[in-house]
Design a protein around this ligand. Sequence first.
Ligand code: GDP
Ligand code: MG
Length: 736
Amino acid sequence: MDTEASKPTHTLTTVALVGNPNTGKTTLFNVLTGLSLRVGNYPGVTVERKIGTLRLERQTANLIDLPGTYSLAAHSPDEMIVADVLLGQRSGEQPVDVVLSIVDASNLERNLYLVSQVLELGLPTVVALNMVDVAESRNIQIDAKELTHQLGLPVVPICASKNWGMDDLRDALSQIVDQKQHFKTTNLPHFPDALTTRVQDLTENLNQNGNPTLSNIEVFRALVDEGGYAEQRLIEQQGPAFAQKLTETRHQISDNTPLSTLESKARYDWIESVLTTCLDRPETFQATRSDRIDRLLLHSILGMASFIAVMATVFQAIFTWAGPLMDTIDGFFGSLGEQVGGFLPEGALQSLIVDGIIAGVGGVVIFLPQIAMLFFFLGILEDCGYMARAAILMDRLLTRCGLSGKSFIPLLSSFACAIPGIMATRTIEDRRDRFTTILVAPLMSCSARLPVYTILIAAFIPDRGILGGWIGLQGLTMFALYSLGTIVAILVAWILKKTLLKGEAPPFVMELPSYKVPNARTVGLRVYMGAKTFLVDAGTIIMAVAVVMWAMAYFPRPETLLATYDAEQMRLEQNLTGESLEKALTTLQAKKAGALLEQSFLGRAGHFIEPTVKPLGWDWRIGMAMIASFPAREIIVATLGTIYSLGEVDESSHSLRDALRSATWPDGRPIYNVPVALSIMVFFALCAQCMATLATIRKETGSWTWPTFTFAYMTTLAYLGAFVTYHLTSALGWGA
Ligand code: GDP
Ligand code: MG
């Protein structure tokens, strides 16, 4: 993460961009700040913190893009951040000087709810009336001058996606930032007197008892939002007895109506009174172009068919188009390793840099094309408005396992890589839903499983057509493995929502943005940010663990063993020449690597766990490869290569395929057959062998409990799955 984001610049004015989700906040932010974006996380929570530089006529200010929210009543981490930043309650965060409140002109009524809360903060505020184009197309007319008058602050009509109205907006901001103009809002919602007085009393009371910074608004929120963050925090500050005090006060204000209902009633009354003079919209709802498209794309049969077609195209693209780029990256790191290797003297340092660091980093970077392509397609689908529809279609299926449409994008992303998938769960407000999604995301078949599947399928699954040659057996196996992960994920989610994370599927309401041509800049930024986060977050962890694994595979190096091979090498050099010498030396090098590996800590660990993996049909070497691939699944391919004394291999290596086919148990029986290959693949389909994913889960859930739980349940499932697969297929006679 960019460290710059964590040190606020104290001399600059801070402008906070606030608005409902999907009102064009990010679009406006990008237009106003250009390329000056700095991204980080708010400390302690996983909410993205975006800051950019806003250049005004005479001043430069910092613009913060706050998460989208419908209200300052905070129930999710995103909402808590918005409320905290606006109230100046986030330690280390620069207090907000000016608020830029963005509203969707085509949906003014609902948007003014948040505005009414923002006005109560008493901060200098500018309202950006966005999406005037959409409002116009629906024949909604808004009198911005009258609204300015009603609210007592500047209201500027804009269209962020078309870069329209920006000069006026900048002017209005400059006026306020330069403090040339003072606005005073007097027209505010009117709450029942009982509520207002009690809040006032309670605040004074608390402030006398040594908390002089508490504002009316915070006490109001603590009182009104039962179970919300404001209440929790106040109880933490004041001690458990305060909970009782809050409950009493609530009863004193109103015995039967929840305070939140009183609040929303007061606000909607206020909205109505404001809008009577400045809003004019057609009585009957007019079907827009988007509504007509939706008749097809949200249709229960045609919509589902289009959805499947879109997803199939995306997957096809991610897995086939990314291929050549991945090969290039692979080739680059391969030759980089060779170059650097040739430069350094043979020994531990060379091995650490070449086999540990370069190979480890290369193993991560190779997935970059797929990640970038995934974000590219997600960006396009989201920006054109389709993703919201897809989530609605999927909601019908996801509710059956206790989740909602919000889990769709995270789970979809996990097919490329669980890390961006898990990070994408930040938009899910319900904690139980979010955690369930995080815990099952690693079951989706990510691209790291592909090399494992590819080599084992190529080696052991007959290349035969079935059903009259229409479907290949190898392709079918691949499909079955992908389905396995998905089906198990659905089952696990269903069980989790019935037990550990018990709770109803929350109602899923999704704003349906109008369809439009995606914006290249928005999509480009998505790809850039996604790729960067992936590289930094995943890269650092994988690299560290790769180094540890390298050391375990490299040490110890017994003198006697080295001496034997040195002697053998000398003998060959004396007796052979030219090509035959080269060939013999290559074979010898590979044998030496294999023997050293067996001697290493990792090899010993493999022998140690052999009794445990034998019931799966595995020998110590497969057990060792399984341990070695703890940092990342795909490492197993390279490890198997080394174990079978072949030196460098990749998944298309014919020699590895042949070596696997001819490997035997001490009594001469082949180690690998169809049941063993299937058992390994099922294990890798279900296991949690990915350090970077576990670290991401730790980061997103804020504790080691959940990654530990994920690792335990997935490993158990993987073991049982492999066990059943091996014995079942052996009993069916597939091993013959
Ligand atoms: P956020 O969720 O508030 O950050 O909203 P985004 O900036 O992501 O915008 C949501 C969608 O609305 C995107 O597809 C934008 O391109 C689109 N959008 C933003 N501003 C306008 C506008 O003024 N008119 C129209 N028609 N679309 C807009
Ligand atoms: Mg946004």
